[in-house]
Design a protein around this ligand. Structure first.
Ligand code: HEM
Length: 410
């Protein structure tokens, strides 16, 4: 470990939000110098607002669990000139809840999201993966693995566990993506938020009448017993639509790209499955999806690295940069499937840390195992490439053309 360099003597200008180089998953090239020279930078976001961008491991670890930073609703941040004082609160998910209601929800969810409970579901997860791969293979090769498997598998896994009908995806997916998108006008935002709330509320009505083995059914019955309030269950349902699958989909997509493009890594995992648990942790560290995805807002002034974060300012603790911090991870930019010491921050820390971490790990493990078993020779065929959305700060392939037989003919 090297000693901490002196604080920057100059006042750094506001920089544009660092983006991954075009045609790659990233990370942005600026991480290294920001960590060394300007660990708390001011960035301008695509929508125009500015935010603090914290890149060092120890800062990110502390900020994400700091009670002086809250999770704002999409109505509270970024600031909008067309916002009226009496606006309805935006989409309220579990992330924006705090205090006793948040604690009660976390208690109710601890068992269904526990390692033990997720482990029980592994055979079912594997059957879902195999079924999707049967359909994918039937389409012939080369095929697009993103549309055929990498997107639907984590979504199906979340839907089955939580009790959201997978068949409804064409209704809720575009609305959930729109609710998350920064380009929404306030009116559009209100509209999709209201539609998603109505969707979850009517689903909960059905769960009250029909018993099923899923988390939403358990939660509506916990409400009946008085241990939880109904609004919190709606907030949880909304969290699943916006946080319960997109990150997993992106991580699984990037994991397959990393394994196929870093020489020897796919074969390494195929030939030694004992490496899998550590390899999954290393992929979670290495994949830079969490590039300013978590947005916090200061409720009081905070001093850091000689700069003052003022109450109301937004702070982005950049988990993906912390995971590449050379002070903590030896040879941090290398994918090392056998890395021994790996305290990555991908699932956050503190009161709002990821409740779905064990499910996400299971999705990565089962998804990769199903691919390695079915396609020992998986590859991106010559002349084909993954495609990416180069405008986005957190990237995963939009399409990934793959072949799986010794010859590329179906
Ligand atoms: C690789 C996949 C995933 C990653 C990297 C990830 C990452 C994170 C992070 C960093 C947080 C903390 C955000 C904050 O501090 O404000 C979080 C919160 C959360 N995640 Fe995940 N997540 C993943 C998958 C999932 C899945 C599969 C689910 C559920 C099906 C899920 C549900 C949640 C929920 C409900 C919260 C909010 C918890 C709270 O506010 O108490 N996540 N996630």
């Amino acid at each position: 470990m090297s000693s901490t360099p002196p604080e920057p003597a100059i006042e750094w200008p506001v920089i544009d939000l660092p983006l991954p180089p075009p045609g790659t998953m990233g990370p942005p090239e600026q991480y290294g110098w920001l960590r060394r020279q300007c660990p708390l930078a001011q960035v301008r976001l695509p929508a125009g607002a500015t935010a603090w961008y914290a890149t060092r491991y120890e800062d990110v670890r502390d900020l994400i669990a700091d009670p002086r930073l809250i999770r704002p609703t999409i109505n509270d941040w970024p600031p909008r000139h067309d916002r009226a004082a009496d606006d309805e609160p935006g989409l309220i998910t579990m992330m924006e809840l705090d205090g006793p209601r948040h604690a009660a929800l976390r208690r109710a969810l601890a068992e269904p999201f526990s390692v033990r409970s997720i482990r029980r579901r592994l055979p079912r997860l594997r059957r879902s993966a195999d079924r999707l791969l049967d359909e994918f293979v039937a389409g012939g090769q080369p095929g697009d693995l993103v549309g055929g498997f990498l997107e639907p598998f984590p979504l199906l896994a979340m839907c089955e566990l939580v009790g959201i009908p997978y068949e409804d995806r064409e209704y809720f997916l575009p609305r959930a993506d729109a609710a998350l998108g920064a380009i929404l006008t306030l009116d559009e935002g209100r509209q999709v938020t209201a539609q998603l709330r109505d969707y979850i509320a009517s689903l909960l009505d059905r769960k009250r009448r029909e018993r099923a083995d899923d988390i939403l059914t358990e939660l509506v019955h916990a409400c009946g017993r008085g241990s939880l309030d109904g609004e919190s269950v709606v907030n949880f349902g909304l969290s699943m639509l916006v946080a319960g699958y997109r990150t997993s989909t992106m991580f699984l997509g990037d994991a397959v790209v990393a394994l196929l493009t870093v020489p020897g890594q796919y074969a390494r995992l195929r030939d030694d499955r004992g490496v899998m648990p550590g390899a999954v942790e290393e992929l979670l560290r290495f994949i830079p999806v969490m590039n300013g995805v978590v947005v916090l807002q200061a409720v009081e002034d905070i001093e850091l690295h000689g700069r003052r974060i003022r109450a109301g300012d937004a702070v982005l603790p950049v988990l993906a940069s912390a995971n590449r911090d050379e002070r903590v991870f030896a040879d941090a930019d290398r994918l090392d499937l056998c890395r021994a010491d790996n305290p990555h921050l991908t699932f956050g820390r503190g009161a709002h840390n990821c409740i779905g971490a064990h499910l996400a790990r299971a999705q990565l493990t089962v998804g990769l195992q199903a691919l390695l078993d079915r396609f020992p020779d998986l590859r991106v065929p010559d002349g084909h490439h993954p495609t990416w959305d180069d405008e986005s700060p957190s990237k995963s392939p939009l399409t990934l053309p793959v072949s799986w037989c010794a010859t590329d003919a179906a």
